[in-house]
Design a protein around this ligand. Structure first.
Ligand code: AMP
Length: 190
């Protein structure tokens, strides 16, 4: 089973690259951001609570996203592999993911980290905000909060996966196809 974590700050290109990898490796794409936006669109209690935090660029509680991922894994017992996009975002989430996968006798194959510097991220997200319809992409302060949350809570995961020998950094700037090729090379070397 190929289970990938696609890692990187908001605006690094995780969504774009996930789409390519899902197609090539026949993986199931699990994006907690997309799942949360689905809850908001459906008007659920969980969605309403999450929206308050998402609108400020703050992470939602670990238990919420871990629960969502756990049920998606259960719903897909015969999957050939998963690509996790925007999850895990904290060490507690990464530990929970390891346990969830171990209970299905599988594990993370590798973490592929897209590296992009901060000013480029802000410019990309403001640009995406023009047509993404995402309120958290439209305000520079919220974007900077999201990047700050990433630096404080998510970036330490690089060490978590490095310690497991699973971390690969990939330059996330350049042509989309070049970045896809670099990801494919990293996957071939896993
Ligand atoms: P994303 O679409 O991945 O940029 O996520 C949008 C927002 O959803 C984030 O700013 C967080 O508020 C929330 N979110 C998404 N994934 C997670 C996660 N794994 N843990 C906590 N909050 C998350």
């Amino acid at each position: 089973m190929l289970n990938l974590v696609l890692f990187g700050p908001p605006g690094a290109g995780k969504g774009t690259q996930s789409a390519m990898l899902v197609e090539k490796y026949k993986l199931i794409h699990l994006s907690t951001g997309d799942l949360l936006r689905g809850e908001i669109a459906a008007g659920t209690e969980l969605g309403l609570e999450a929206k308050k935090l998402m609108d400020q660029g703050i992470l939602v509680p670990d238990a919420v996203v871990i629960g969502m991922i756990g049920s998606k894994l259960k719903q897909n017992p015969n999957a050939g592999g998963f690509i996790f996009d925007g999850f895990p975002r904290t060490v507690a989430q990464a530990e929970a993911l390891d346990l969830l996968l171990a209970s299905s006798n599988t594990s993370i194959s590798g973490m592929l980290a897209l590296v992009v510097e901060e000013e480029e991220l802000v410019a990309r997200l403001l640009n995406r905000g023009k047509d993404s319809g995402r309120s958290d992409d439209q305000d520079e302060n919220i974007i900077r909060n999201r990047i700050q949350e990433y630096n404080a809570k998510t970036a330490p995961l690089a060490d978590f996966y490095t310690n497991q020998g699973k971390y690969k950094a990939i330059k996330g700037v350049g042509k989309i196809e070049e970045i896809t090729s670099a990801l494919n090379e990293a996957i071939a070397a896993l």
